[in-house]
Design a protein around this ligand. Sequence first.
Ligand SMILES: [Zn+2]
Length: 235
Amino acid sequence: MVALIDWLAKLPIGCCWVCQQSLLVGEHGGFCQPCLRDLPRLPPSCLRWRCQQPELAVGRYWFSALSWQPEVAQLVHRFKFHGATELAAILAPLLAAQARHCYRLRPHQWPDLLVAMPITRKRWFERGYNQAALLGQQLQPLLQIPFAPGLLRRLPQQGKQQHRSGAGERWHNMANSMHCTRSVEGLTIALVDDVLTTGASVSAAADALLRRGAKAVDAWTLAYTEPHQPREPML
Ligand SMILES: [Zn+2]
């Protein structure tokens, strides 16, 4: 019996999303044990994100689960641009765990509502899905917070794609590009996205939510790029 259990434990059950090696029984969550251990996790800290309009900066914290290292860039690239939608279920628990850590000392500030960073209709038709919304769907049961997938809408954008734009151009493009479809009076909202780069998208989305009465907006992202790091992968 022990031999049978040992044999079963050595059976591969899929591949690790980082190193592509076969996973063994007991290696859950899409990563082999070494890769899961070595993921570049960020400490459970928070930083007030930049806001273009300081008078609206009642938005509070952003949290990110992972640093923008090559293995994380590869994961996000496949999730966002190559249809690997199953990564939502694999990556969301990392973000959920980080959120729990970050709010441990602030339980009274736990969000009332999850909102996904929207993409334009054009981008949705090209990609077939919104990766931030897939994360939100996964986070809802993990964290027991209601999710409002269509609350924010993104208006058509002029000029280059956001991930190809420079920082200054991003801020300019994003201003007033978000629309909140209903009142969120008095709600504390967690805005979910895959990557935080300049903060332009987050700021524009938070502004739209605050204009419709949100009490506070936090930003949760899978990964955070330091200013010196390369931005999201380009196609
Ligand atoms: Zn691995």
